[in-house]
Design a protein around this ligand. Structure first.
Ligand code: NAD
Ligand code: UDX
Length: 463
C-alpha cells in the first residue's frame, strides 16, 4: 500500500485522483487544497466542478481510499508519492508578464514538501510547466539531504470528457531521470497506471521531453483550431463552406478529421496560457522566429472573437446599442461549467462596449461567469438560466457554446418571441441554418455565406 497525495484539488487534481483511487483500491489517495470551500465541496454531494461521470467515480472511492483535506502539511509528511497539480497561470507582473508561467504556487509547494518530509519521496509534476522546471524542483527539494525523485507526468485530459480521458487515455506520459533511482521512481508510477491503462499506452521519456510534450500537444491542438478559423474567414468572403472544406481535408488520413471545428474561437484555461508559455520559452532561448510562429495561433484566436462581434454589429445595421442580445452558452466548451478564457466573455464585453443589452444563459456556467469572470460588469448583464426567457424580446441570438440542447431548441417558438428582423449568429456551427432561414431568421454561421432575408448585397459584411 502506498500513500498517494495530490496537492491541488482543481479541475485536474480532483478528477485524476478520483480515477486513480477507484482503480487502485490498495492505495490510499488524499487530495489536499488550501481552498477550504473547494475541499468542503469535494466532500459533499455538490462537487465543485461539473464533469460528466465524475459523481459516480468520486462516490465509488470516497471514504474508502479517497480522501479530501485542507491539512496539507500532515499529508505531506505521510505521503510516499506526491502529485502536484496546483495552478500555473500566466504571469501578470514583472519579467515575462503576459507570457511566462507564474510558478509561485509551484515553488511554494516544493518548499512545503521539503519542510514537512523526513524521508525520500517521489514528487510528480502533474501541473503543466515550462520545460526544465524539474531541474529547479530538484534543486529546491534536494537542498536538505533527503533524496527526492522528481517525475513529469503531464495531464492530457480535456474538460467535459475528463473521466473518459482518464479511464481510457490515448497515452500516459512519464518522464524521469535515467539514474537507477529515477528509473525506480518511473516504474512505481507506471505500476499505478498499469492498474487500468494498457501497458503499451504508458510511455516513458526523459524529463525534458515529457515536460515539453505537454506544451507542444496543446500548441498543436490550438493551432488546428486557429488554422480552420483562419480558413473560415476566407470562406466567408468566397462562398466556400468551412464545414465542407474541413470534411474534405479531414478525410486525408495524414490530416485527420478531429479538431477541425471552426468556431468563434478556442477558450479554456490551457491553450492560450500554454502557447504563450511556449512563446516565452522560445524567446528566452533566443528563437524569435519560432516564438512568432506560435504566437500567431493566439493572435488569430483573438481576431476570431473580435471579428465575430464586428460581424454582428455590421449585419445588424451597424448598431447594437440598446438592442437585447442573448448569448447562448458561457462555458468555454460543452459539458463543463468552466468559463476560463471562454470566447463568450470577450464577446459579451465587446457587446457591452457597443451598449447592447446582453443576456447570458447557460445550463451550468452562469454562477462562474457572474461571480468571477464578469463580476466587474455583472450589474450590466442579465443572467437568465431559461433559454426561452433569454431569447424573449431579443434582436439577436448568438450560440457561444456547443451545448447539445441548443441544437434541439424550439426555434419556431423562439423566433415568434423575438424582435424582427430576427438574427441568429451561430458561433459553433451546430444549428440547421437552412431550416432557421426558412423560419425567417437572418442566419450568420462561421465560415459560411450568410442566409438573410434582405435583398442581395444590401448589407454586405466587410469589417
Ligand atoms: P485549478 O485552479 O482548478 O486548481 C488548482 C488548485 O490548486 C486550486 O484549487 C488552488 O487552491 C490549489 N493550490 C494552489 N496553491 C496551493 C498550495 N500551495 N497548496 C495546496 N493547494 C494549492 O487548476 P487546474 O485547472 O486543475 O490546473 C492545474 C494544473 O494542471 C495547471 O498547471 C494546468 O495548466 C494543468 N492542466 C489543466 C487542465 C484542465 O483541463 N484544467 C488539463 C491539463 C493540465
Ligand atoms: C485542452 C486539451 O485538449 C487537453 O488535452 C489538455 O489537457 C487541456 O487543454 P480543454 O481546454 O479542456 O483541453 O478542451 P478542448 O476540447 O481542447 O477545447 C479547447 C477549446 O477549443 C474549446 O473552447 C473548444 O470549444 C475549442 N475547439 C476545440 C474548437 O473551437 N474547435 C475544435 O475543433 C476543437
Amino acid at each position: 500500500m502506498a500513500n498517494i497525495l495530490c496537492i491541488g484539488a482543481g479541475y485536474v487534481g480532483g478528477p485524476t485522483m478520483s480515477v486513480i483511487a477507484k482503480n487502485c483500491p490498495e492505495h490510499r489517495v488524499t487530495v489536499v487544497d488550501i481552498n477550504e470551500d473547494r475541499i468542503n465541496a469535494w466532500q459533499s454531494d455538490n462537487l465543485p466542478i461539473y464533469e460528466p461521470g465524475l459523481d459516480e467515480v468520486v462516490k465509488a472511492a470516497r471514504g474508502r481510499n479517497l480522501f479530501f483535506s485542507t491539512d496539507v502539511n500532515r499529508h505531506i509528511a505521510e505521503a510516499d508519492i506526491i502529485f502536484v497539480s496546483v495552478n500555473t497561470p500566466t504571469k501578470t507582473f514583472g519579467q515575462g508578464a503576459g507570457k511566462a508561467a507564474d510558478l509561485q504556487y509551484w515553488e511554494k509547494t516544493a518548499r512545503q514538501i521539503l519542510e514537512h518530509s523526513d524521508r525520500a519521496k517521489i514528487v510528480v509534476e502533474k501541473s503543466t510547466l515550462p520545460v526544465r522546471t524539474a531541474a529547479a524542483m530538484e534543486r529546491i527539494l534536494n537542498s536538505n539531504g533527503i533524496k527526492f525523485d522528481v517525475l513529469s507526468n503531464p495531464e492530457f485530459l480535456a474538460e467535459g470528457t475528463a473521466i473518459e480521458d482518464m479511464n481510457s487515455p490515448d497515452r500516459v506520459l512519464i518522464g524521469g531521470r535515467e539514474t537507477s533511482s529515477g528509473q525506480k521512481a518511473v516504474q512505481a508510477l507506471v505500476d499505478i497506471y498499469a492498474h487500468w491503462v494498457p501497458r503499451e499506452r504508458i510511455i516513458t521519456t526523459n524529463l525534458w521531453s515529457s515536460e515539453l510534450s505537454k506544451l507542444v500537444a496543446n500548441a498543436f491542438l490550438a493551432q488546428r483550431v486557429s488554422s480552420i478559423n483562419a480558413i473560415a474567414n476566407l470562406c466567408e468572403k468566397t462562398e466556400a463552406d468551412v464545414n465542407e472544406v474541413a470534411y474534405a481535408i479531414g478525410l486525408d488520413s495524414r490530416i485527420g478529421s478531429r479538431f477541425l471545428r471552426a468556431s468563434v474561437g478556442f477558450g479554456g484555461s490551457c491553450f492560450k496560457k500554454d502557447i504563450l508559455n511556449l512563446v516565452y520559452l522560445c524567446e528566452y532561448y533566443n528563437l524569435p522566429e519560432v516564438a512568432a510562429y506560435w504566437e500567431q495561433v493566439v493572435t488569430m484566436n483573438e481576431y476570431q472573437q473580435l471579428r465575430f462581434v464586428s460581424r454582428m454589429v455590421s449585419s445588424m445595421f451597424n448598431t447594437v446599442a440598446g438592442k437585447r442580445i442573448a448569448l447562448l452558452g458561457v462555458a468555454f466548451k460543452a459539458n463543463t461549467g468552466d468559463t476560463r478564457e471562454s470566447p463568450a466573455l470577450s464577446v459579451c464585453r465587446s457587446l457591452l462596449e457597443e451598449h447592447a443589452n446582453v443576456v447570458l444563459t447557460d445550463p451550468y456556467a452562469l454562477d462562474n461567469a457572474r461571480q468571477y469572470d464578469l463580476a466587474d460588469v455583472a450589474d450590466r448583464i442579465e443572467f437568465e438560466p431559461d433559454v426561452y426567457e433569454a431569447a424573449k424580446g431579443a434582436h439577436a441570438l448568438a450560440i457561444m457554446t456547443e451545448w447539445d440542447q441548443y441544437a434541439k431548441l424550439d426555434y419556431e417558438r423562439i423566433f415568434n418571441s423575438m424582435v424582427k428582423p430576427a438574427f441568429i449568429f451561430d458561433g459553433r456551427n451546430i444549428l440547421n441554418h437552412r431550416e432557421l432561414h426558412q423560419m425567417g431568421f437572418n442566419v450568420y454561421a462561421i465560415g459560411k455565406p450568410p442566409l438573410t432575408n434582405f435583398p442581395a448585397d444590401t448589407f454586405e459584411f466587410d469589417e
